[in-house]
Design a protein around this ligand. Structure first.
Ligand code: BEZ
Length: 212
């Protein structure tokens, strides 16, 4: 059965470009992004991996560890890294799981046989400090993912985990947020003593509490 939001992210042991890991030990109590690539030495994946390497400071700032996967070997990943550096200006600076027997890909349901029965789709799992799945994204092989969007969602997840708010359409860090509908006005007065702008009784906007 497919993994759903709130499910525990399954643990696994795997070979990676940075040595063997136990996923839970490697992750610790950080956040993690686990993302799959259909195949080594393919063009879209090459661009995604170079771009993700360039976002290292952004992931570090948010206490997020990044780990990639494809169903090729670690040796192939290592040879491919040179091409990624040459064409994208940066080689992956995070571990890449070698999964030729598809153990991890199957565990995370990353192979969708009606799309392709041997290659993974482009899956993304954002996993919280509690090892629960906070976000899943599935893209087809032909469409590169938007890693700025993944950072944006992580900002929202981290904000909403700390404050009783939700984030509106196209929200970015610093924009106004929505007071969680579960909070009564009485409760909201305690949490947000500066008040809010109520466009409707259920649509109450306050400044981003993390922007101060
Ligand atoms: C790519 O990464 O470019 C790719 C991989 C598999 C199928 C199609 C594109």
């Amino acid at each position: 059965m497919a993994l759903r939001l709130g499910d525990e992210a399954p643990n696994f042991q795997a070979e990676t470009t940075e040595g063997p890991i136990d996923f839970y030990e490697w992750k610790g109590d950080s956040w993690a992004v686990l993302f799959s690539h259909p195949k080594d030495f393919t063009p879209v994946c090459t661009t995604e991996l170079g771009y993700t390497a360039k976002l290292k400071d952004e992931f570090d700032k948010r206490n997020v560890k990044v780990i990639g996967l494809s169903v090729d070997s670690v040796e192939d990943h290592q040879r491919w890294a040179a091409d990624i550096e040459e064409t994208q200006g940066m080689a992956p600076n995070f571990p890449m799981i070698g999964d030729p027997d598809r153990k991890v890909a199957d565990l995370y349901d990353m192979i969708h046989p009606n799309a392709n029965d041997t290659l993974t789709v482009r899956s993304v799992f954002v996993i919280g400090p509690d090892n629960k799945i906070k976000l899943t994204i599935t893209y087809p092989a032909s469409t590169g993912r938007n890693f700025d969007e993944i950072l944006r969602v992580i900002d929202s997840l981290q904000l909403t985990a700390q404050h009783q708010v939700a984030t509106p359409v196209n929200w970015n860090h610093g924009d106004d947020v929505i007071i969680a509908p579960a909070l009564s006005d009485e409760e909201a007065k305690e949490k947000f003593p500066g008040g809010w702008k109520a466009l409707k009784p259920y649509l109450r906007l306050v400044p981003d509490p993390s922007a101060n």
